[in-house]
Design a protein around this ligand. Structure first.
Ligand SMILES: Nc1ncnc2c1ncn2[C@@H]1O[C@H](COP(=O)(O)OP(=O)(O)OP(=O)(O)O)[C@@H](O)[C@H]1O
Length: 651
């Protein structure tokens, strides 16, 4: 099949006569006509299959059976630097999976076959992320930072050898390249916080990638959700980026017909197959020769995607449209366009002097510097959330107000609840403070986790470094919040009036609060759904109180297995410590006018310690050490959890 004919060229002109003249075509500038392309990307026979269960879990016989689903089928193409390729196709046709496969971000669930070559050199799997920049469909930007700050922190994470001045220059250059200078000092914003526009956000995402000077940029639906004018501007901008000696591949839904002149290559996908890949003019002539003309004044992108899509609304339609799709795919594979492309791949693989693989700038700083940058970035971003900071600082205090209002003032008279009320306060302090920690983590960490998933795939840092940065940033706030809470509660309700005991009390209550937050973040490493983590931490806390506190059932009376389990709970050490802190050397009164048999048996706090927590006084220091040992243990567990996440989540 011939690629282009004069008659068809006339048709092309006719078809797009309404399209305004674009500035300059990336293709004409640096594409086919470029004599010595500095970078070539060849994708050879990429196939991806996944094994899926046939039915839902509630239909056990079909759930047990599996079938193999072909997501990508033998996809090959070749593109040079200076060119921009648009991948079109209906929803579910495999566009995103193709980009994931090319960039090495595909999950472990399926079987990936095929090879990717840069400058004719085969890429190893571990080299993918050092070679490609990938702008995801949903941008995860830090909302309270300005555009300039966002890019500066990214540059600090990516570029070690650069001085502060060089980083500033680099950020300014990238902002100029992406026309972001006018919003440099504007806050990025997000769903609940207004900031820059959607189009500007996309450009910030692209700018973040450009900081590492990638030669191959992949973008998944960068125009989704944007109005058509902004979408056009983004694609024209991408074409300009391509013209500066880069390969740009972009998946796109419903591009406007004007963009016909902007793309150097158009690929159309359907059901995981590459139905067509060639120059836009070749596309029109190819489809015409197949008998599928683009009607006058119609957008060829829409028309050709429609021709190649499978309509599943009825079995008859599905059969007919699937046949049509296969017919067009076979015609493409027999065409000169396809054969020429295969020859280019072979030429590129067989050239004698293959240029080196152009990796992204790999001058990332050492782990400690990355952690420091992440810590500064997280602290600056979250500290600008005024309501968030206020809630964080005063949530414990608000809870303390409830308790204080309920109890008013502790009494020394055992007949007026001197023992019961004190135990109640200790129970509330140990039982409730993990929840406030958990709520903080569930509200704040998932957004940071999404950012770290993306940035760790870009090779900027490891996921566990974001985990540590979040925990370290939260420590001063947690300490302050607990101190405000205990300062109020301790003195208002009238606990043991001794400053040292107050400090010990605060130091003990701090741990469950931090453990609640830490445990939640640790679980968020391996469990994606924050609601499940929420429930899990709440249940663990309840179980810990039941087994460890000794309030609901005396530890000595519990079965041996629970006694052993209690040693694994921070509640055991926390409760023992608070009981000793409050009851040691405390004398009670007994109001004889309300005398009930047995009510005046307890006259000293030490009786409570000896009966309920024998030996707790002598274990005071050890209990403190064991209680605080939960913090480094959970930090370690968190690092392991986020290393597991590296394996579980590809992006
Ligand atoms: N790991 C996987 N397991 C099972 N199915 C998968 C997996 N990855 C992708 N798919 C399926 O493959 C098909 C192609 O998905 P993909 O996201 O690549 O489509 P797309 O063309 O990008 O769609 P859209 O335009 O809607 O984003 C979808 O039906 C998707 O459900």
């Amino acid at each position: 099949m011939q690629a282009a004919e004069p008659a068809n060229e006339a048709k092309v002109k006719e078809c797009f006569q309404f399209a305004p003249e674009m500035t300059r075509d990336a293709r004409k500038d640096g594409g086919e006509e470029q004599s010595e392309p500095s970078c070539t990307l060849s994708v050879k026979q990429i196939s991806y299959t996944v094994s899926e269960r046939v039915g839902p879990w509630w239909d056990l016989p079909s759930y047990r059976k599996r079938w193999t689903r072909q997501i990508l089928n033998d996809v090959s193409f070749h593109i040079n630097s200076g060119q921009i390729m648009g991948i079109l196709g209906n929803s579910g046709s495999g566009k995103t999976t193709l980009l994931d496969a090319i960039s090495g971000r595909i999950g472990h669930q399926g079987t990936l076959l095929g090879e990717v070559f840069i400058n004719g050199r085969k890429l190893k799997r571990e080299e993918y992320q050092d070679c490609f920049s990938y702008v995801l469909q949903s941008d995860n930007l830090l909302s309270y930072l300005t555009v300039e700050e966002t890019l500066t922190y990214t540059a600090q994470l990516a570029l070690r050898k650069h001085t502060a001045k060089a980083i500033k220059k680099k950020v300014a250059a990238v902002m100029a390249e992406l026309s972001l200078c006018h919003v440099a000092h504007s806050v990025v914003g997000g769903r609940i916080f207004p900031g820059i526009s959607g189009g500007e956000r996309r450009r910030v995402s692209i700018a973040s990638q450009l900081l590492q000077d990638p030669r191959v940029i992949l973008l998944d639906e960068p125009t989704t959700g944007l109005d058509s004018m902004t979408a056009n501007q983004i694609v024209v901008l991408l074409a300009e980026l391509a013209r500066r000696n880069r390969v740009v591949i972009v998946t796109i839904h419903q591009p406007r017909s004007e963009l016909f002149r902007v793309f150097s290559r158009i690929a159309i996908m359907s059901c995981g197959e590459l139905v067509f890949c060639g120059q836009p003019e070749e596309m029109v002539s190819f489809f015409s020769q197949c008998g599928y003309e683009c009607p006058e004044y119609c957008n060829p992108f829409d028309i050709y995607v429609d021709f190649t899509s499978v309509d599943t609304r009825s079995i008859e339609r599905e059969k007919a449209t699937l046949n049509r799709m296969h017919e067009i795919t076979s015609a493409y594979q027999r065409s000169d366009i396809y054969q020429r492309m295969l020859r280019k791949i072979e030429q590129s693989l067989q050239q004698e002097e293959k240029p080196a693989i152009p990796f992204k700038s790999k001058e990332s700083p050492n782990g400690a510097v990355k952690l420091e940058v992440l810590l500064r970035r997280t602290a600056r971003n979250l500290s600008r959330d005024r309501m968030g900071v206020l809630m964080r600082l005063f949530q414990n205090l608000i809870y303390g107000l409830f308790v204080a209002f309920f109890l008013m003032r502790l009494d020394d008279d055992v007949t007026k609840g001197a023992v019961q009320d004190r135990i109640g306060i200790i129970y509330q302090c140990i039982g409730a403070s993990p929840y406030t920690g958990m709520l903080n983590a569930v509200a704040l960490f998932p957004a940071l986790r999404a950012i770290s998933d993306q940035e760790s795939q870009d090779g900027l840092y490891s996921k566990w470094q974001m985990f540590l940065a979040y925990i370290f940033h939260s420590l001063p706030l947690s300490i302050l919040s607990v101190f405000i809470f205990t300062s109020f509660l301790y003195w208002t309700v009238g606990m043991h009036p001794d400053s040292l005991r107050f400090l010990c009390f605060s130091a003990v209550v701090l741990v469950p609060h931090i453990v609640g937050e830490l445990l939640t973040v640790v679980l968020l490493g391996v469990v994606q759904d924050p609601n499940m983590v929420n429930t899990g931490v709440a249940l663990l806390n309840i179980a810990g109180i039941l087994v460890g506190s000794g309030f609901l059932r005396s530890t000595q009376d519990m079965p041996v297995v629970f006694q052993w389990l209690s040693y694994l709970t921070f509640q055991k050490y926390g409760c023992e410590l608070l009981i000793v802190t409050e009851f040691h050397e405390l004398d009670f009164k007994c109001n004889s006018s309300r005398f009930l048999p047995g009510s005046c048996v307890i006259t000293q706090g030490s009786q409570i310690i000896d009966e309920g927590y024998p030996g707790a006084l002598s274990r005071y220091t050890l209990d403190f050490v064991l209680l605080y040992a939960f913090l480094p243990a959970l930090l370690l567990l968190g690092m392991i959890s986020f290393k597991i996440r590296d394996k579980l989540i590809r992006h």
